[in-house]
Design a protein around this ligand. Structure first.
Ligand code: GAL
Length: 389
């Protein structure tokens, strides 16, 4: 259910920006139409058009030009996180800040302790890529009490008022793109086998706040096709809970697919797989190969090197390009705005409900990639571009 946006009755955006398709909240509860829009620095106004201080109606924050900035990253479950570490260290240092960038490799408790330590070291801004977005409220509220600004990066932080903004690619739209690609891939590559086509569903880790918008975005496209018989989930595992992959671990996805293939596909073929990211897509392909089955149409996300090679070779059907350079740059840009005593750039104030409030967000646009457009999409990517030549 949509919650009224607290403290504001309208947002006037500086520059040409149309708030695209904002629907209900989207903290993983009630998905809505993809939101997001073009870049702009938002100026929050009330009915009378008087500028308020910032998107929450609070006082604009001024951060020191050499502020300590804590960046709490989750675990290296995909290449984008490894790249983010390097980009944050380089970009924050170059901007004159003092970065403390750490991974919570051993889990939530370590990440909680790291955030506490960042506060003790005087962090004025804390950027959080949460392992489990629902378990950081205590630490972030303590950080907020010191005057720190809290930015949720890539993954929404849930059940706390302490988060000031969410900066991410629109992850519900990621799911919509994945579901759409699966259908298009089946039409393009499995036209002789169906419809109906046999498909299986894989979801991300249940502790990752992104996993539900990924899954629900895809199912907003696929559910009508399951209901009309175009798609058949032979295993019968159609819920998020059944499809979730704990810790985003490849071995967990591979083991689940091994069981499904041996239990439900003795006498039939698997035509398509919804995979939420590239790591799990490759795990599913390994299971299919072990079962001696033909390669299905399979989706992914993150444009990982090994998967881009598989897409160029016509094996994996699709991935998603969420340019980590853009996401990190937008986050650092927000901190620069705070250092100039400006408000955080926001382009969406309706989509992401974190269970306590609608978190003002800056949403970037994800891009679907297939064999047909990989060269064009990656043309300016120094790592991926050469793979498509
Ligand atoms: C998500 C992120 C995805 C992927 C996944 C697994 O939160 O948005 O792009 O990286 O984690 O690591």
């Amino acid at each position: 259910m949509r919650k009224p946006v607290r403290g504001l009755t309208a947002i006037a955006l500086v520059g040409a920006l149309a708030l695209a398709g904002c629907g209900n909240d989207r903290g993983g509860d009630t998905p809505s139409e993809p939101a997001g829009g073009d870049d702009a620095t938002s100026e929050a106004t009330d009915d009378a058009g008087e500028a308020t201080d910032d998107a929450d109606g609070g006082d604009a924050t001024c951060v020191s030009s050499d502020a300590v900035v804590g960046v709490a990253l989750p675990q290296k479950t995909s290449e984008n996180w490894v790249l983010a570490e390097q980009l944050f260290n380089d970009g924050l240092t170059e901007a004159g800040f003092q970065p403390i960038v750490q991974f919570g490799n051993s889990g939530v408790t370590e990440q909680q302790n790291q955030i506490d330590a960042m506060v003790e070291q005087g962090a004025e801004v804390i950027v959080v890529g949460a392992i489990d977005g629902s378990q950081l409220g205590t630490q972030l509220e303590a950080a907020k009490a010191t005057g720190a600004t809290i930015l949720a990066y890539d993954r929404l932080v849930k059940n706390t008022d302490a988060v000031d903004a969410y900066i991410a690619f629109d992850n519900f739209q990621v799911g919509v793109l994945q579901g759409t690609a699966l259908l298009e891939g089946l039409e393009a590559r499995q036209g002789e086998a169906g419809p109906p086509w046999n498909v299986e569903l894989i979801a991300g880790s249940s502790d990752d706040a992104n996993s539900i918008p990924f899954f629900e975005g895809a199912m907003s496209i696929l559910t009508p096709k399951i209901e009309d018989g175009t798609l058949v989930v032979v295993s019968g595992q159609t819920t998020f809970e059944q499809a979730a992959t704990q810790g985003w671990k490849a071995e967990n996805a591979q083991k689940r697919m091994d069981t499904i293939l041996s239990g439900s596909y003795e006498d039939t073929d698997l035509h398509g797989v919804l995979s939420p990211n590239d790591t799990l897509a490759r795990a599913a392909l390994t299971a299919v190969e072990s079962a001696g089955k033909p390669v299905p149409v399979i989706t992914g996300q993150d444009s990982e090197v090994e998967s881009v090679k598989l897409i160029v070779d016509g094996v994996q059907y699709s991935t998603i390009y969420k340019d980590t350079r853009e996401l990190v740059a937008q986050t650092i840009n927000s901190i620069k705005e705070l250092a100039a005593c400006n408000e955080i750039p926001i382009n969406d104030t309706e989509s992401y409900d974190n269970g306590v409030k609608i978190v003002p967000s800056y949403l970037l646009t994800p891009i679907i990639v297939t064999q047909d457009n990989a060269a064009e999409v990656y043309a300016n990517d120094p790592t991926l571009g050469p793979l498509t030549q």
